[in-house]
Design a protein around this ligand. Sequence first.
Ligand SMILES: Cc1ncc(COP(=O)(O)O)c(C=O)c1O
Length: 474
Amino acid sequence: MQLILDKQGTLYEQIARSLKLNILGGRLVAGSRLPSTRTLAIALGVSRKSVIEAYELLSAEQLVSARGGSCTRVADIGGAAAVSKRSRVLSVSRYATRLRKLPPLQLAIARLDTRPKYNLQYGEPLLNRALLNSWRRKLAAAALRAASTYPDAAGFVPLRRAIADYLSRRRGVICHASDILIVGGTQQALTLVARVLLNEQEHVVVEDPHYQLAMHSLLTHGARITSVRTDSEGIVVAEMPSRATRLAYVTPSHQFPSGVIMTLERRIELLKWAARADSWIFEDDYDSEFHSGDRPVASLRSLDLSERVIYVGSLSKTLFPSLRLGYIVCPKGLRDDLFKAKQLDDLGSPAIEQAALATFMQSRQFDNHLRISLKEILIRRRTVVESLERLEPHIEIGPHQGGMHLVIWFRQLRFSQLDRFLKHARSVGLGLDPIHPYYRVKPSRPGLIIGYAGVSNAQLKTAMDLLARCVEAI
Ligand SMILES: Cc1ncc(COP(=O)(O)O)c(C=O)c1O
């Protein structure tokens, strides 16, 4: 018998684990006697106490039986020795097979452990202490009120009413509370929509560049993706396939990540294409509240007379992403299916958070919070854009009328120099992400996606000075 200690956990756990592997692997057969605790302790160079505790653990797991204190024997576990490494079950579903083939995620969400001092990576929320304090109070009050039974799987009715009211006031979406399904953010909306609409190998159109988490979700559900180019007006509808398509996933209010706002003409064209291709449209309206000007652009859903648009909103940008709440405005034709899919998925989103959010949205606080956030975002955007304008001999600035990020393109830097540039930026404390991993068709020159919500305006000024020095150094 060979005992190898794997250095994971306490000593007695290591000894017990090693003996267990020998028992399950058939090297220690039923009835055979384990060495005395003293002998094994000496052989392993450990204290006798550790060996005694290991034997006790194995005994509690019924893998050995101790008789009279001194003699510990391997229990008869009826053929368990067949549980060898060779018979490990290796087969997984086609879903998991596709999951394993996904490329790594570029989004900062996948690298929470390595936060640089000045983090300009996309996805950082706008931090607001006043909001968090108010949220804490709302949660405490909601915890006392919310029932502890299972919630309504479609969502807390007062919250659905508050969202319907908000959408008609601010997004031109006229809907009834009963059309709204509360979900765990856009990500769960994607899962539910894919489950309800998609069969494997069916065609789905995705914008290029694209939101990786949407792409990954659709790919794992077996979609055949057609990436369609975007230009300065949004997705190029003229290049969308004419064959029957199941779904098109778009970000019309603020194309992710290029920042383009889809023009009205393109929106109408897109809706006409959907009618021809018999396609549903997933409208991801993730950050439309942060546009310059008086009102955010009207949603695609507000132009849709044929009920093909599945409008999805998220609280991740307007409040914060750890909340994990969002909503689907369900078209009539999918409403019951989406509701049932949500019920089977998780039996409903957490009740206390929903009740707290309902109170927040019903009061003026949500609108006030949006007003304050917009003001702050506009200040930070101005800081970033003014600093970048000074670098225009070296870079080109992408559209920046909305959202919490923008894209810059290098005029001279080559792809072969990009890694060195990013490493240098990192060494001075700057977290930056390249833009090309968001493309299926690699762009002709390198660029960066710059998120400016998670860094205070004062810090942004320093960060932009550092960026300028890095750009000028190349
Ligand atoms: C394009 C896009 N859609 C949606 C979301 C929000 O996703 P969720 O609601 O799952 O947090 C984000 C957030 O970063 C995003 O970038």
